[in-house]
Design a protein around this ligand. Structure first.
Ligand code: NDP
Ligand SMILES: N[C@@H](C=O)C(=O)O
Length: 255
């Protein structure tokens, strides 16, 4: 079925920004004929299907942190040979807390999902990406500097930002753009898991952005081929500070 039209593959589509990407792409990209939506919670993906304006939908209820999940997606790609116009890698999570106070699997889980799975999904999808294709990777403003108390998550998102910018250069010859999306705190279910050990800081609570706005901005930036998408003046300012001020000084304020 994939051969008939352009496909958008969206991971992390069962909630938050991944879900919002699916809804906004369905509303604004008539050239996308089919969606492949990926996450672990099948019932959420089935609910989302109803919102995709009658487009063909392939539901892939997969755990991307496990090799079986990646293998299943790879097999589906090989069988259907889709023309992938948009890939959104939004599957990911973060847990607040000091490394020594967290379970090992919580720490390595962030690396497995945010870095390994994102890299694998990108790698296996690349052969099917069309010219003018767009890859949108959910990084975070946490990528801009190390964050004591959110160390693994911030490091995982630095990886996503660095990987995505370099990949964009590698793919320029194929006419494929790569956009790393780097929002500050966004009001989604992300914080249900993030607060497993510790509550989110008050300044983050007070500066939460809306998922629909972040995603709208990301789609505009991706359309213009921008390598980085930062929503809002606060995070744009933070990015500049993080570029120019010494890291040790900045870390005094993020404890
Ligand atoms: N909210 C925020 O403040 C910010 C979030 N981000 C990033 O944006 C992305 C989306 O987050 P957001 O929408 O906020 O959070 P949500 O928790 O709402 O969404 C996360 C999505 O990832 C999916 N997911 C998580 N683990 C796996 C897995 N192992 N396999 C497959 N799917 C998985 C979840 O689905 P399911 O549970 O069904 O598997 C869900 O659909 C993440 O990468 C996050 O790090 C970046 C900046 C700010
Ligand atoms: N940017 C947010 C998550 O990615 C945060 O800093 O909480």
């Amino acid at each position: 079925m994939g051969k008939k039209g352009n496909v958008a593959i969206i991971t992390g589509a069962s909630s938050g920004m991944g879900r919002e990407f699916a809804v906004q792409i369905a509303q604004n990209y008539p050239s996308i004929h089919e969606f492949w939506i990926v996450a672990r919670r099948r019932e959420r993906l089935e609910e989302l299907q109803e919102k995709l304006l009658g487009r063909r939908v392939k539901i892939l209820a997969l755990d991307l942190s496990r090799q079986e999940g990646i293998d299943t997606l790879e097999k589906a790609l090989a069988e259907e040979q889709p023309r992938v116009r948009i890939l959104v890698n939004a599957a990911g999570f973060g847990i607040i807390g000091k490394i020594g106070k967290m379970k090992e699997e919580d720490c390595t889980g962030m690396v497995d999902t945010n870095c390994r799975a994102l890299t694998a999904v990108t790698h296996i999808t690349l052969p099917y990406m069309t010219e003018q294709g767009q890859i949108i990777q959910m990084a975070s403003s946490a990528a801009f500097m190390p964050q004591p108390g959110f160390a693994v998550y911030a490091a995982s998102k630095s990886y996503v930002l660095s990987f995505s910018r370099a990949l964009g250069r590698e793919l320029a010859g194929r006419g494929i753009t790569v956009t790393a999306v780097c929002p500050g705190p966004v009001k989604t279910e992300f914080f249900d898991i993030a607060e497993t050990y510790e509550a989110v800081k008050l300044y983050k609570k007070l500066t939460m952005a809306r998922a629909d706005r972040v995603v709208y901005q990301a789609l505009v930036d991706a359309k213009h081929g921008r390598s980085v998408s930062v929503y809002g003046s606060l995070m744009k300012g933070f990015r500049i500070l993080a570029k120019f001020l010494p890291v040790d000084f900045l870390m005094l304020f993020v404890k």
